[in-house]
Design a protein around this ligand. Structure first.
Ligand SMILES: Cc1cc2nc3c(=O)[nH]c(=O)nc-3n(C[C@H](O)[C@H](O)[C@H](O)COP(=O)(O)OP(=O)(O)OC[C@H]3O[C@@H](n4cnc5c(N)ncnc54)[C@H](O)[C@@H]3O)c2cc1C
Length: 449
């Protein structure tokens, strides 16, 4: 451990490029940088305001320099590391050793702390659940500055409120978790064009029985009997006989320049993109071994792809889960999105398995839809209307993506908020730990009194 924390005044950005002036505290000593701090932040890959300070100019502890790997047991797959360790490093170090996380989000540019705080899920949700299911223990700094360990057995209420608690129950300093042992570090994948959303949902349910991983991209501009046509990717870890003998190398990345005008993303270009992306998959079906980065993180190949929204362009991602039992609901959701003018070139559909134990964890059994939306004068109205639909369907939205949901709507879609707030208040009666999101959604005061 070296050096004392550095304080940097500047502007912090979320992935959707909304920003807020902030005082960022950085350093290798995670206990030192989190002392007296109201919020931790990882690699800033949450789309909305969850990793932005509660007030303009407020302080945030960025954990990315506190990334030590403390221990690994190859017998059990147990990893012990500091919260700032990135998933990209875990990929680099552990994949060649045939170990990886059982649940990964669609980018490797996340920290362990950020993954636990959002209780991330991925293509394997129906088979492996969220990351919280694989976490064995968390070392935390609480609001009263004490440092404690919590596990699913010990201080379990604190543990489960922290898994998916968006940094509001304490700073995660260290994580102990189990990595999955793999037959090989390569993926066997099948990818197919699907004519519409109805067929896609049926295929997601069907493939979930035999494939541990699945995800689909859909064309949100197609209509009629092509409504929601898309590409379905399913996969599993390849068996040694199927995989190349060399482990996969991390791919080089190119960086998107910040030169595009904002008008470049408009209904016409979005429609064109959707058409081309669908037909890029010119073979109806293909199957074989693929690189795990291409399977899990296709967007990571293009660093700073969020600049595609143009200079000064901001965006959000609306992600909801619609409960199992009504396969018409995703179709109705898409029709509503289209009627509201919510053009999007990136819309992802996933099959979610049973709900995890995280008090505010997002996934529940059903279909998750995530759609990128440019921020503009119409966006708040679109989000309000989509939220009304989701509430009526008994679904909920994902906090790691959200920045426009109104508090009453969030409370209506998630009765677990009361339990979460009770645990929060027990460990932090003055609600000292807070974010821009907790001020907006949970009514936290922006200033500590
Ligand atoms: C391209 C892309 C694809 C994505 N795909 C998925 C997906 O498939 N599934 C999914 O679940 N998510 C997905 N996400 C969202 C992402 O996984 C989460 O937002 C994750 O929390 C980001 O991690 P981070 O380290 O960047 O955290 P940040 O964005 O910096 O912070 C996110 C939250 O975690 C809290 N936090 C961070 N570190 C700590 C800590 N040490 N202690 C306590 N709290 C902390 C912050 O306060 C904040 O509330 C995606 C994001 C992007 C940009």
């Amino acid at each position: 451990m070296s050096g004392s924390p550095t304080k940097r005044d500047g502007v912090l950005e979320a992935w959707g490029r909304v920003s807020r002036p902030a005082a960022e505290v950085l350093g290798e000593d995670i206990e030192a940088i989190t002392e007296g701090s109201p919020l931790s932040r990882g690699l800033g890959r949450s789309y909305g305001d969850s990793a932005l300070p509660a007030r303009i100019g407020g302080s945030v502890s960025t954990t990315t320099l506190a990334d030590r790997l403390i221990a690994f047991d190859p017998e059990s797959g147990e990893l012990h590391a500091e919260a700032g360790l990135s998933l990209r490093e875990i990929f680099r170090i552990f994949l060649p050793r045939n170990f990886y996380v059982a649940s990964t989000p669609g980018t490797s540019f996340v920290t362990l702390g950020g993954m636990v705080a959002a209780d991330v899920h991925g293509k394997s949700h129906h088979s492996a659940g969220t990351i919280g299911r694989h976490v064995l223990g968390l070392k935390m700094r609480l609001a009263d500055e004490s440092i404690v360990w919590c596990t699913p057995q010990e201080r379990s209420e604190l543990f489960w409120a922290t898994v998916g608690g968006m940094g509001l129950t304490g700073h995660i300093l260290e994580v102990r978790m189990r990595l999955e042992r793999l037959p090989s570090p390569w993926i066997w994948s099948r990818s197919e064009r699907v004519p519409n959303l109805k067929v896609l949902i049926a295929k997601l349910h069907e493939t979930a029985k035999t494939w541990p991983m699945s995800v689909a991209w859909i064309d949100t501009t197609s209509t009629g009997d092509k409504l929601g046509r898309g590409i379905l990717d399913v996969g599993r870890w390849a068996e040694p006989g199927e995989a190349p003998s060399e482990p996969p190398r991390q791919k080089p990345r190119i960086t998107m320049p910040d030169i595009f005008p904002r008008w470049l993303i408009n209904p016409v270009t979005i429609r064109m993109f959707n058409f081309l992306w669908y037909w890029k998959h010119w073979q109806p079906r293909r199957e074989g071994v693929v690189h795990p980065e291409a399977f899990f993180y296709p967007l990571d190949m293009l660093a700073r792809w969020n600049r595609a929204y143009g200079r000064g362009g901001t965006f959000t991602q609306y992600q909801c889960v619609l409960p199992m039992g009504n396969d018409e609901a995703p179709v109705e959701f898409l029709k509503l999105l289209q009627s509201l003018g919510g053009d999007s070139f990136l819309t992802v559909v996933k099959d979610c398995g049973p709900e995890g134990q995280g008090t505010l964890s997002f996934p529940r059994e059903g279909i998750s839809l995530a759609t990128d939306l440019r921020l503009g004068p119409k966006t708040q109205g679109i989000v309000d209307a989509l939220n009304a639909f989701v509430i009526a369907e008994g679904g909920r939205i994902y906090l790691a993506k959200d920045m426009l949901t109104r508090p009453a709507d969030y409370a209506a879609m998630d009765p677990r908020v009361e339990q979460f707030m009770n645990v929060r208040r027990r460990f932090d009666p003055e609600l000292r730990l807070r974010s821009a999101q907790s001020v907006r959604l949970f009514g936290d005061p922006p200033e500590v009194s």
